[in-house]
Design a binder for this molecule. Structure first.
Ligand code: SF4
Ligand code: SF4
Ligand code: SF4
Length: 342
């Protein structure tokens, strides 16, 4: 192993994308393999035995927290065996973190909810609007998702409503967040629409302006305050874009990019990326060393990507200027300004 490769550390959290397949066609989907004219290489999906080996390998390397998505995770054959293995290994190592499962909700039913409950899963289901659900996803299932939030609450399964906010559903964000909480969702995860994947074809109709981003934050804060609940924004926002950060008491906004520092991604065929949003493959989980593009990895791990527009800013240590992968996707350079905002 070269000296350069030895500097690589794995974050303590991993996101498994267990399948490339999905039964929705979301306009905002950022999966890199759905990008127009994508050159993303989709290999053969790992089977259950291979995913279980990945879990053993990563726990040995210090990973303690797992999230599962896709595509649509529930379309993966043997998903329950993959979850059971993670649950067993976490238990053996006395690790208490829940397995976060991100789903569009379409295949969720009572049996899945009970299995998730028994396996220590926290379920995050997507609700990108109520009246605009079908427009955004291609499928008319908002009521189905709400029913699953109700049933999950009834059996004590913890949940999050994952709301991707676009220009087309901002007008109903108050209602969307409210009905999610009223129907049993435990918390809210807001994601502003970020260009990437299929979303690259829909930027004009989906991308929020700065003013709309602030509206998104204040509306969600209002709902959470009324309900006495808490939520997070999953897609980083530049600090200087937010009009009044101190007013956000129930909504936590991240300003730092967590890719390759807080978490990393294993794609359906075992390829590694810094973030779900990233189309850039940096290695493979069964290679030794795992990370082959050390330069790219280390740029994220060491935050060596501060845009020149931020030079001299007093907040530079606590703000990474929005999404670094969006800067790369839109400008071909992770050290450029986040062009989805600036
Ligand atoms: S955003 Fe999720 S549910 Fe929608 S198409 Fe993409 S992977 Fe499927
Ligand atoms: S670091 Fe850049 S994006 Fe963040 S607050 Fe400063 S100028 Fe704005
Ligand atoms: S690349 Fe960084 S800023 Fe962008 S979505 Fe991923 S973690 Fe967030």
């Amino acid at each position: 192993m070269g000296a350069e490769a030895m500097t690589v550390r794995l974050p303590r959290s991993v996101a498994y994308e267990v399948t490339y397949r999905c039964n929705h066609r979301c306009l905002f989907c950022s999966c890199p393999w759905y990008a127009p004219e994508s050159r993303y290489h989709c290999g053969n999906e790992l089977d259950v035995e291979q995913w279980n080996r990945v879990t053993d390998l990563l726990i040995e390397k210090g990973v303690v927290s797992f999230s599962i998505s896709g595509g649509e995770a529930l379309m993966k054959e043997g998903l329950i065996d993959i979850l059971s293995h993670i649950h067993r290994r976490l238990d053996e190592h006395q690790l208490k973190s829940p397995i976060v499962l991100i789903s569009n909700g379409r295949l969720v039913n009572e049996q899945w909810l009970r299995a998730f409950h028994d396996l220590g899963v926290h379920l995050s289901m997507s609700l990108p609007g109520y009246s605009t659900f079908k427009f955004h996803t291609g499928v008319d299932n908002a009521d189905g998702v709400l029913e699953m939030f109700r049933q999950a609450k009834a059996i004590g399964l913890t949940t999050t409503a994952n709301i991707t906010v676009t220009k087309q559903n901002l007008h109903e964000l108050f209602e969307t967040a409210s009905i999610a909480l009223i129907n049993g969702a435990g918390s809210i995860l807001l994601n502003r629409f970020l260009p990437g994947g299929r979303g690259l074809s829909n930027i004009d109709q989906l991308l929020l302006s700065r003013q709309e981003i602030n509206e998104m934050l204040s509306v969600c804060e209002e709902v959470l305050a009324l309900a006495n609940r808490y939520g997070n924004v999953g897609t980083e926002i530049p600090l200087c874009v937010i009009d009044n950060p101190d007013s956000l008491r129930h909504l936590h906004v991240g300003y730092r990019c967590a890719a390759a520092k807080g978490f990393f991604v294993v794609d359906p065929s075992g390829q590694l990326r810094t973030c779900n949003h990233s189309p850039h493959v940096v290695g493979h989980v069964f290679s030794e060393p795992m990370i082959s593009d050390v330069q790219y990895w280390n740029m994220f791990q060491n935050s060596d990507f501060k845009p020149s527009v931020c030079k001299g800013c007093d907040d530079i240590l606590r703000c990474d200027c929005g999404c670094r992968e969006v800067a790369n996707i839109l400008c071909g350079d992770p050290t450029a300004a986040d062009n989805s905002i600036f």
